[in-house]
Design a binder for this molecule. Sequence first.
Ligand code: ATP
Ligand code: MG
Ligand code: MG
Ligand code: MG
Length: 593
Amino acid sequence: MRLSQMLFVTLREEPAEAEIPSHKLLVRAGYIRRIGSGIYAYLPLMWRVLQKISQIVREEMNATGAQECLLPQLQPSDLWRESGRWDTYTKAEGIMFALTDRQERELGLGPTHEEVITTIAKEMIRSYRQLPLNLYQIQTKFRDEIRPRFGLMRGREFIMKDAYSFSADEESLRAIYQDMDRAYCKIFRRCGLAFRAVEADSGAIGGSASQEFMVLADAGEDEVLYTEDGKYSANVEKAISLPPEVEPSPFKKYEKLETPGTETIEKLAKFLKCSTTAVVKNVLYEALYDNGTLVLALVHIRGDQDVNEVKLQNELVRLAPRYQAKTLLALRVPDESAQQKWAAKPLPLGYIAPDLPDDYISSVKDVISEFLRLADKTVVDLKNFVTGANEFGYHVVGANWGKEFQLPELMVDIRKARPGDRAIHDPSQILQSTRGIEVGHIFQLGTKYSQAMGATYTNEQGEELPLVMGCYGIGVSRLAQAAVEQSYDKDGIIWPVAIAPYHAIVVIPNINDREQVEVAEKLYNELNLAGIETLLDDRDERAGVKFKDADLIGIPYRIVTGRAIKQGKVELVERANKQSQEIAIEEVVTNLR
Ligand code: ATP
Ligand code: MG
Ligand code: MG
Ligand code: MG
């Protein structure tokens, strides 16, 4: 491409609207133009960058067997009502642009595509033989963000790659999730980004396991907490920790516990042959440690509550990582009305994370049955377990129950993490904080959408089961800007070669010099023929202006047909380090290849 024929306008002044370097640079270098709040035009240079990123994404997604498609952006409200998200997305969260068509039908502009894809799956997937499947698209998403800012970082219209997987069971979902994890790492590495995978909250999308990919940069809107040993990193929204210091007396805090009424407690104490204090402080326990390792986390269900077993399991699975537990058990806490039931069947639900090795599962099963036996017999001599409420900061380790209630020796106080806290996996590790830009997010959705929308398949035994889903997003346009935020200097952008709009730019310092023009034209043609995407700065401008522009737009290699052509040489300058060398004209192509 010749600059003289391109829509190529660079700005000297910093745009008033921009706060962070990448945003300023993309506007100044003519990559993007603001059209409205959170609405940007991708100009020709930008579009090339976006296409390059998309191509890398496409190649790595295809390599995992995922299939590309394109889903509608106009989405009927019915679908969102079926999933139960219409009101949250249009009113409570207000993130979805909603409109009414001329037939008075409500529509939303797609902020995400779970509803659309689940509808397709519902209609098209019948049998386990069609599974697993992973479908993806690269497309514009619409979100009415409360605070659109930082250019492409938080737009109201932006490009996302979103993929949705369908499996027969959790095991297959986890396999795809891992494939996506690996593919994402390859994608971000190929794009030249320094990134970090962190544990994440699944937010309004729902589901259990979820991981974000963060490009570390001061301008990031997310805070990441991590340990130096590299064993822990999580979005602060999700991170848990031990506080810097152990607090001595936990007792006051128990007042916050939701306990059954006095009468129930008395009955229960009689039943358990222990003091009422022990009931209050220990029956509402939440986790069981075995030599310091958390083996059980317990969810309490009020005795009078009717609980859907699937929902409960989901809840347990959700809670497991929060407490870093591998095994979970639900416990029905009795009240008057459920006393009889409870007495007959004290601990009705147990669940072991299915990805654990068999020997671990069997040992934990032993622990559970032992636990059940003890509870059943009300021989309450379990040692050193954790008690507490369903809330951070209300936990005690070293609690023992029995007729004589023993003072808890140590408060654990697992809490929502803050920088400077001690890490759960190793209290000698202190949590550090850094800023991150979320460029990707993968989720194990489970059956949330398939159940709500009735997307089922028939298994080998002829049973009808809900599809097990995952979803996987990459912010393509945000990624492009994140790459700039990570790589620039005082003169402009420094694109990683893989996503640069062009690899090289041939600059003619003086277009009135025939020889300079001839050599430049020749190199320009040869480079392009050799597959090295090259720009030609053939504008009638001063050399200084051209060099400044080349630096600003960040093309990795600059070739200058200047004075040295008298010796059959040109100047080759590397954008990243400004290193310059004179090389023979006929060596330029081989040098850059
Ligand atoms: P954020 O926390 O930044 O609002 P999100 O968690 O809402 O992002 P997801 O629903 O996980 O976003 O969407 C997948 C990806 O889409 C994100 O990881 C991010 O890279 C990108 N993305 C989300 N919102 C925007 C936006 N407003 N502008 C640009 N990219 C976005
Ligand atoms: Mg968001
Ligand atoms: Mg987020
Ligand atoms: Mg996210």
